[in-house]
Design a protein around this ligand. Structure first.
Ligand code: MN
Length: 292
């Protein structure tokens, strides 16, 4: 028998910090005491760039060349566009409503910045960067990208034209998302009209949370404003979201990876030896070369 999953915490956006000069983000985890490094496993980090206006600039703002290894970065653009280049020669643009699912795996160098035309025009910018941990057996997987443009996402339409659920990964009501993942994950953007009701159900042991990107919702009856993160308890399967305004909600649920985590800067590993190895590999040029 399924049962209601209760709210563990509603977390206000922590004070923002800059990542490079292009990303002003609120770190909901691992930096908050309510969540830390493991409470949302397999999700390790959530940086949220709440909506701000950037002034026009010819030279795009962003973050310069840096490595990643041992996990996946998932970039979700809500307003504005993000461009990237990496040491394997890949590059691309993440447009509004699109997602890039990058598997860093054994390691790469990349840089991320505002897309050139967006930078020249300026305007509202809002995005999420999520780090999804990899299980030990897959940490050395080859780097890869999944460009999940909005049209590739699964779409579940609510009855009565109350909006829809974009399925990025996993499955909602029989509608599957295109992302392939190393461990079981559900990731959705719910784009709902005012007075919509969305019912969700995830296995009890799956760590589950949601971020209100726009609007205002009630989660199991508890009022939640935009830019707040809701952490759900693992005490049941079901939850319901009701909107009191037109709303966008990022919904995340995944099977925890119950392995030790040692994280240092842009590396998420199982042991300190692996962190030291990754640093040595970067210094030895094994992550490739990328110009500024
Ligand atoms: Mn990065």
């Amino acid at each position: 028998m399924s049962s209601q999953r209760s709210v563990e915490a509603v977390i206000a956006p922590p004070p923002p910090h800059m990542v490079g000069d292009g990303f002003r983000v609120h770190n909901f985890f691992p930096g908050t005491k309510q969540i830390g490094k493991t409470r949302m496993s397999p999700f390790f980090m959530l940086d949220y760039g709440s909506k701000i206006d950037f002034s026009p600039k010819d030279e795009p703002r962003g973050v310069g060349v840096h490595p990643h290894a041992g996990f996946e970065t998932v970039t979700i653009a809500y307003h504005g566009k993000v461009a990237h280049h990496d040491s394997a020669g890949n590059s691309g643009i993440i447009g509004e409503g699109d997602v890039q699912w990058m598997t860093a795996g054994l390691g790469l160098l990349h840089k991320e910045y505002h897309e050139e035309e967006f930078s020249k025009k300026g305007g509202p910018f809002q995005m999420v960067q999520l780090w999804v941990n990899l299980p030990a057996k897959d940490k050395k997987t080859k780097p890869k990208y999944q460009e999940i443009t909005n049209s590739k996402m699964g779409r579940y339409n609510l009855p009565g034209e109350k909006g829809f659920v974009e399925v990025i990964a996993g499955e909602y009501n029989g509608v599957k998302g295109p992302a392939t993942t190393f461990t079981p994950i559900h990731a959705y953007n719910a784009r709902l009209k005012k007075d919509a009701k969305l019912d969700l159900s995830f296995p009890k042991e799956y760590n589950t949370g949601l971020l209100v990107i726009e609007g205002n919702v009630k989660v199991n009856g508890i009022n939640v404003h935009a830019d707040h993160f809701v952490l759900l308890k693992n005490d049941g399967e079901d939850l319901s979201i009701e909107t009191t305004e037109d709303s966008i909600i990022l919904i995340l649920s995944g099977e925890p990876i119950n392995e030790p985590i040692v994280a240092y800067g842009p590396f998420v590993m199982n042991t300190w030896e692996e962190i030291e190895k990754a640093i040595d590999d970067v210094n030895a040029g094994k992550f490739g070369v990328l110009a500024d």
